[in-house]
Design a binder for this molecule. Structure first.
Ligand SMILES: Nc1ncnc2c1ncn2[C@@H]1O[C@H](COP(=O)(O)OP(=O)(O)OP(=O)(O)O)[C@@H](O)[C@H]1O
Length: 548
């Protein structure tokens, strides 16, 4: 591509000399057949513009491929984030990074740097050509051009600050739009569409203000540079005219010289236009580069080398405190969970159940005390090791837009048809399969799946992967009691090797009787731990008033 660009710019510079030939022919200084001259010029133009088109095409291909690679790298980075870091960034800001900010970097930084390269080639060639005609005027032209070129740098600080503000505002705007669109149904049914549009208008307005400010500085810089560039250009004509008057240049040389000066002043003017854009794009590029290098100490220090756990492996919490926002959320927890036992975790809303599971999965670190799995600090374990062994199902398992098969395979190596069907049946979707198939297209909003069926599909996805231990966070919340009871029956009938921790708000006698241990959490403290038959447990459960 560089060669094509260099050759194209060389042809543009040679183009100026065609005027000299035409004037020389017109003044009778050169004898050339006009037909031959016309055909030669036509051929030259075809080649020059053909290369111009090719250069443009290769340039845009390079930009498109770079954008594609950048988006790929960003997505890879996103999927290396811990769930906690993912929550911290927020989906809207992450969407902004792979869309608008990537476009910003490619168009305003990378694309403009490529243009800068073209202009640099053009200036260098034009300079070489003008020197052959008259080195003195070339020097004068260059000196006259310098102020126009360096003017944007005087505004660098202003341009950098205003561009950084635009980048920040784009992130906020995308986060707001993502949030509003995710709540579409809520807003629609609360007849709050108008309020949502107003809320959007505020974000949109803030974005516009920052963009306008940035545009004001870029345009100011551009206007001044344009003036300086015009002065440079007209000066070359005046200087040329003086030289012709003094007989130090002929008319043809003057035309070539002034045309070549255009090849100097035009790219110089363009450079002054692209510099503010590069400064702006650079801000977005710095942000994306920071994100690509975002350090997560937790996943960077793997200690455990084994990828399988013994049946006797356990999670151990010893004197664990967890503090956030100067609030003690978990208090002095001591707990041991064997991976082959079935546990129930109960407690009122806000008692710290979900926080406890995050601690087990190493998503958060204890403020004091230790959380270990197989004797290793959970927080420092390689994420993959945990994710290979522990299956997590949150209140609302996500259903991706695609077939049921896609939702089970998770876009990875396909499981056999028999395994997929077996997993669906094990999760209680046998009768659903009578009317649908693995190729039925579903989504998170699809009416083809009821709430319970959605949860069962998510459960089937977990069963397929044969985890050593499962964490079910309010798996049965919102489900029909009969369906919930059937689901719990299936879970508590699983082979003894497979353990799980089930967070529940509702009482189900079979589940409570079959659980190896019931853990009762209250205000961040374990207030009881034992079998359903234990008097202490029964007493605590009675105070909790669990639903059915
Ligand atoms: N990172 C955090 N920063 C601030 N507060 C937090 C953080 N994590 C949890 N909390 C607070 O700790 C409390 C317990 O939250 P948690 O989600 O663990 O409760 P829960 O028992 O799972 O509740 P529910 O049954 O309603 O889901 C809540 O008041 C929550 O606001």
């Amino acid at each position: 591509m560089l060669l094509v660009r260099l050759f194209t710019q060389a042809m543009y510079v040679c183009w100026a000399f065609i005027f000299q030939v035409i004037i020389n022919v017109a003044l009778g200084k050169q004898q050339l057949n006009l037909l031959l001259l016309g055909s030669g010029i036509l051929l030259f133009m075809i080649i020059m513009d053909g290369f111009g088109g090719l250069d443009n095409y290769l340039g845009s291909l390079l930009k498109l491929h770079t954008a594609q690679r950048l988006r790929q790298a960003l997505i890879q980075r996103i999927y290396r984030l811990t769930p906690q870091a993912y929550d911290k960034f927020g989906i809207g800001k992450l969407v902004a990074k792979v869309t608008k900010q990537t476009d910003n970097v490619i168009d305003n930084y990378y694309g403009q740097l490529l243009l800068l390269l073209s202009y640099t080639f053009q200036i260098s060639m034009a300079m070489i050509a003008t020197i052959t005609i008259n080195p003195t005027i070339t020097l004068v032209v260059i000196i006259l051009s310098l102020p126009a070129m360096f003017f944007p740098f005087l505004l660098k600080k202003k341009l950098t600050t205003s561009s950084a503000e635009v980048v920040k505002q784009i992130d906020r705007y995308t986060a707001r739009v993502t949030d509003l669109l995710s709540g579409f149904t809520t807003l629609k049914f609360a007849l709050a569409g108008k309020a949502a549009v107003n809320r959007h208008r505020i974000s949109n307005q803030k974005l516009l203000v920052k963009q306008q400010e940035n545009s004001r500085w870029s345009s100011f810089s551009m206007g001044i540079s344009l003036l300086l560039s015009d002065i440079t250009y007209i000066s070359t004509w005046i200087l040329g005219a003086v030289m012709v008057q003094q007989g130090r240049m002929n008319l043809g040389q003057m035309v070539v010289f002034s045309t070549l000066s255009g090849y100097l002043s035009y790219p110089l003017l363009e450079i002054t236009r692209v510099i503010p854009l590069i400064i702006g794009g650079h801000q977005a590029a710095v942000k994306l580069a920071d994100f690509l290098q975002y350090d997560q100490t937790a996943s960077a220090t793997p200690f455990l080398t084994t990828t399988t756990f013994q049946p006797t492996t356990s999670f151990k919490l010893q004197a664990v405190n967890f503090e956030a926002d100067q609030q003690l959320i978990l208090k002095k927890l001591n707990l041991e969970l064997n991976l082959n036992c079935k546990y129930l975790l109960v407690g009122s809303s806000g008692s710290g159940k979900t926080t406890l599971t995050k601690l087990l999965l190493g998503e958060i670190a204890p403020s004091s005390g230790s959380a270990t799995l197989a004797g290793q600090s959970v927080e420092l374990l390689k994420r993959q090791i945990i994710y290979q062994q522990i299956g997590l199902l949150q209140q609302q398992g996500h259903i991706f837009s695609g077939t049921v098969r896609d939702n089970l395979n998770l876009f990875d190596n396909p499981f056999s048809e028999t395994k997929l069907i077996a997993a669906l049946k094990r999760a209680g979707l046998a009768s659903w399969l009578d009317g649908h198939s693995l190729d039925t297209i579903v989504s998170n909003q699809s009416s083809l799946l009821s709430g319970g069926e959605r949860q069962r599909l998510a459960l089937a996805r977990l069963f397929l992967r044969d985890y050593r231990f499962y964490i079910f966070d309010e798996l049965t919340t919102g489900l029909d009691p009969q369906i919930a009871a059937a689901l719990l029956h299936d879970l508590f009938s699983m082979e003894t090797e497979t353990g799980f921790l089930l967070i529940t708000h509702s009482f189900n006698l079979e589940a409570f009787q079959k659980a190896d241990q019931i853990i009762v959490l209250q205000a961040g403290k374990i207030i009881a731990c034992g079998k359903y038959q234990d008097a202490q447990i029964k007493a605590q459960l009675a105070t909790l008033k669990l639903g059915v």
